[in-house]
Write a protein that binds this ligand. Structure first.
Ligand code: BV8
Ligand code: ZN
Length: 252
């Protein structure tokens, strides 16, 4: 079965060629081809009975620190084995072809950085920057013993105040980092093209970013396995795998 060639709208290619500032806004779908499960994928093993929304909260951590810390350690270890995919690499290449490119991600992985993207704005923090739940002191991640299977793990204790160490991510019900959010919103309001890649557009306030760009006159292209409903003349939906579509947007 020949691979279905994806048609990239000329309007998008022309807008990228003329753009002074491009924003790339990513969600879990950009890391899917690296083997990193998205937030919509069912959880496995010990956590299979949970919805991520239930575990990614401060209440869940306080109720069962070992269960939640074990989940993050498991995900972190899987990430150490993952590699950036053609979607991450195409974004790095695009940055070399436009005057200014800002990467805003909802993801807590480091695959954009490992592909070569710089100054990535992490709206939901990073799984690699744990800190103390009580005094917020950063906790230097040591080479943890490899987890052979999914298990609950007691979180480390803070050497300053003996508090519990927590993942450096933004949980549901927690405020997003002010600086990153302001920089992301400013970029969305001042760009010519915004590529929204691999996001279900459900989680607030990040989900406002493509709308902000549209309201500021940018062309917005959604790149997703599923069609994204477009309400605006300057909004496009490209349906397909990010790792196949993004390379079509950059010149060889
Ligand atoms: C806050 C870190 C206030 C943790 C995450 C309004 C209405 C209702 C609720 C709210 C609201 N405003 C705020 C809320 C509450 C909540 C919220 O938005 N709830 C939602 C679910 C309704 N928001 C919050 O709590 C936020 N905080 O508002 O605070 C506040 C203010 C001041 C003071 C105190 C409090 C905090 C939100 C951050 C939560 N943390 N992550 C962790 O990772 O464990 S978000 C988490 O979910 C992920 O990090 C990710 O960002 C997000 C999942 O979204 P996606 O990235 O879109 O991923 P998803 O799996 O959903 O979709 C993947 C997509 O990719 C799919 O569309 C799929 O089709 C596509 N895809 C898959 N493969 C591919 C692909 N596309 C292309 N190619 C492929 N190969
Ligand atoms: Zn502490």
């Amino acid at each position: 079965m020949p691979k279905k060639t994806i048609q990239v709208p000329t309007e998008l290619l022309n807008a990228l060629a003329d753009a002074q500032h491009v924003v790339v806004f990513t969600g879990a779908g950009v890391s899917a081809e690296s083997g990193v499960s998205t937030f919509r994928d069912a959880l496995t093993g010990l956590w299979a009975r949970f919805d991520p929304m239930q575990l990614a909260t401060p209440e869940a951590f306080l109720a069962d620190p070992d269960l939640v810390w074990g989940w993050y350690e498991w995900r972190r270890q899987l990430l150490l084995k993952a590699h950036p995919n053609p979607a991450h690499q195409a974004i790095v290449k695009l940055a070399q072809q436009v005057p200014k490119l800002t990467v805003i991600t909802q993801n807590v992985d480091d695959l954009h950085e490992r592909a070569g993207s710089r100054d990535v704005l992490h709206l939901h923090g990073s799984i690699f920057n744990p800190r103390c739940f009580s005094c917020a002191q950063p906790y230097p991640l040591k080479q943890a013993p490899a987890m052979r299977h999914e298990q609950a793990l007691p979180p480390p204790t803070c050497s300053y105040c003996q508090g519990m160490i927590r993942p450096g991510v933004v949980w549901f019900g927690e405020a997003l980092p002010q600086a990153e959010m302001e920089a992301a919103f400013a970029a969305a309001e001042n760009c010519d093209v915004l590529l929204s890649i691999g996001t279900s557009g459900v989680v607030q306030p990040a989900a406002q970013i493509p709308q902000l760009a549209l309201r500021s006159g940018a062309l917005v292209a959604h790149i997703n396995l599923e069609p994204v409903s477009c309400q605006h003349a300057r909004e496009l939906s490209l349906v397909g795998v990010a790792g196949q579509i993004l390379p079509l947007l950059v010149q060889d």
